[in-house]
Design a protein around this ligand. Sequence first.
Ligand code: PA5
Length: 487
Amino acid sequence: MQLPDEAIAYNYQHLLTPALDDWTPAAELRQQHFLSPGKVRDLTPRVLQVRSQVATERELKLVPQELQPLDGGFIDLPQKLLDQHKKQGDASTLGRVLKLAERMREQVDRFVVLGIGGSYMGAKALFESLKSSYHNDLPAKDRSGTPRIYFEGNNADNDSLHELFEMLSITCVEPDQRDERWGVTVISKSGGTLETAAAYRAIRKEMAEFYGPHATQLKDLVVPITGATGSLRNLCKADGFADENVLTIPDDVGGRYSVFTPVGLLPAAVMGLDVRALLLGALAMTKQFLEERFDNNPVLQYAAINYLMNTECQKPIRVLSVWSKKLESLGLWYDQLLAESLGKQGLGPTPITAVQTRDLHSRGQQHQEGARDKVINNVVVKSWTNPPIAISMTERNEDDLNQYNRKNLPDIMHAALAGTNKAYNDVSRPTADIVLPSITEHTIGQLMQMLMLATVVEGRLMGVNPYGQPGVEAYKRNMKEILKKTT
Ligand code: PA5
């Protein structure tokens, strides 16, 4: 269960207007751009009501028309997967994920994840946040038996896919050697996404050339992950994949909510991540969401504060400002989650990911002095995984750093965060902090589940269905028509 030092928290006190504030120009600005605690109090009963609604929705057997589509299966999924694994072991979904991943780790040194949108962004976020930033450059012995990981099928970029094939053909010459073999997972819930399907077709051709047109590797080194029906499912059947080697994305889990289905879990297990810890983190957050009062409920707090920031304080731009380079893809995963879930009916906040301290040197000026249309949610990491790198004393001091000789990189990061928050606060630019005790599978599991749940709650507060993405279909229809017309 959740240990207190592993729990993530949402600290938003800095963006509330102080109780007693004498009139000054600065106080006037705070009144305009910060949130009055009364507004948060007034919204709390509604937020609790929405929580009950979300809790009830997940038990509905028949979904009323006005709630469709309803893809709330992600909420109980961590619990279900862990329970099923306990009872059924290798035959369970998690058991099969772990087995297939083990086979892949034993068999290949390079592993390509094909998928787009919700079918890859979660896995990419897990890879970047939880593996070494230089994982793919490490020799095999320092990667603890896990393959190098690549992401493709997320674009129609000819040169990028070509360069992947080029790299594979240069580095993988002898298919009999594990260190020169590569494998693939192809992920598409619908099975009909053109970018991923085209990349899979091209990669199957490459595989047939490398392993031979009838080689067993063409199936053993491919893990398809798809919905119960659809063209990818049909293709797998036609190609003779055994049913147990094709992983299924549950019907009631939408793409951008699918990181804790095989979509995220299979790549995570191939990377050698502790998928049980990920699921336990997500499960802990679901429990906290369903059971805790507002004051100890980061999901409800985050949803309420950000909803009010948008609707009451006119802050339609939502910046997720991550204070670790390793969290950039997690920010981009959240961009998609928020944009596709809430960008409907002419509404919805606009997400932006900023990576600090890097973007203080690019976006910082705008955040400090630009349009007052932003709320900044920092993601702050309290303890770093690796030992601190010291500034230390050196004989040559032309860089003038000896004055900081007792400091280290975490001290610089801490000072930059405190200094930035103060600079924004001084001019009434609202910020809040999501605090991660450290970056581990358990905290990332919590964070992702927190952001998914908060997005659903916020959608319900706005009167927008957080599931489905009807707006994405228009470009797909046009693209397919244009392709047909020009053939
Ligand atoms: O959130 C979503 O549903 C989308 O982003 C999808 O994940 C994305 O369009 C890919 O779809 P599919 O998995 O069907 O290929």
